[in-house]
Ligand binder design. Sequence first.
Ligand SMILES: [Mg+2]
Length: 359
Amino acid sequence: MTRQSRTSPAASEQSLHQAYDTALLDLDGVVYAGGEAIAYAVESLAAARADGMHLAYVTNNALRTPDAVAEHLGELGIPTEAAEVITSAQAVARLIAEQVEPGSKVLVIGGDGLRVALRERGLVPVDSAEEEGLAAVVQGYGGPDLPWGRFAEASYAINRGVPWFASNTDLTIPGARGIAPGNGAAVEVVRIATGAEPQVAGKPLPPMHRETVLRTGAERPLVVGDRLDTDIEGAFNGEVDSLLVLTGVTDAEQLLRAEPRHRPTYVDRDLRGLLTGQPEVEPCAEGFRCGGWTAVATNGGVLELRENAESGADEEVTEAGGTGDPLDGLRALCAAAWTAAGDGVCTLDAAKALARLGL
Ligand SMILES: [Mg+2]
């Protein structure tokens, strides 16, 4: 790794939807959660799009086809074309097509999303390891009713030396009733029976990002996500900028402890962040200041947050007890934490500072 580690959120004078031509949006935890639209998502996306920003939805879930995802988004009030949805099924289908003869048979352990994506690349999805001329095995999330025997089918073929591919390796899938095993868990099942290693396409790996850029033609993309180890790391690997929103699985504490490849370019509360610029985080004598806050790494191993005196008595005092936006406080804390951590992980105690911000 020769790139210098990011030590602070970046500033943008321009609104992000004007500074970038295409938003590459994660779905779960960003646009919707448990099937329902996340607050401000519908109107923010509509406004960004009306102003000329291209939107694309990028999901590691290989079960649903782009048509089905687009239909779901339409029902939520976000009009979407199937071509604006990019799935890990499409990314893995391209990866397979590059390595096997055109028209090859591929054993599918998964759902319709995979079958449609394989056909789109001229490959033939099949269900049995006994098919003559089987060229690959592909495994993607098959939903809760995927029979156990499908893992045996994959294992028979892989143990004979047929190359193994996986759409993604997310270990879990969050749902309305809690956390369920994801495709990564299913891949582990097959790994136990084969000792083999699949080629993986999904976020944060390069095949997914490449698929997204190929399909959108984005020249200056902004990755928008809620997960550090898929969305933000995928942007890091693709060397493009990213916006972390706090509407999904990542909380402020995890953001402060992010290792370099998990540090986003920008952080905001939700998708309203697309429609605004981003404030500067400036180094100062005590630490780092942003808006009404200064973050200080003390000798005692604590990250402290101080109100900037000159931020003005006429400004509204927030619930957090300080003046200015709590998000600015978080941005200042990020700079202090990431600078202290360098190429490692911040170990300073930020509990009090975050409690003060209500984050
Ligand atoms: Mg997500």
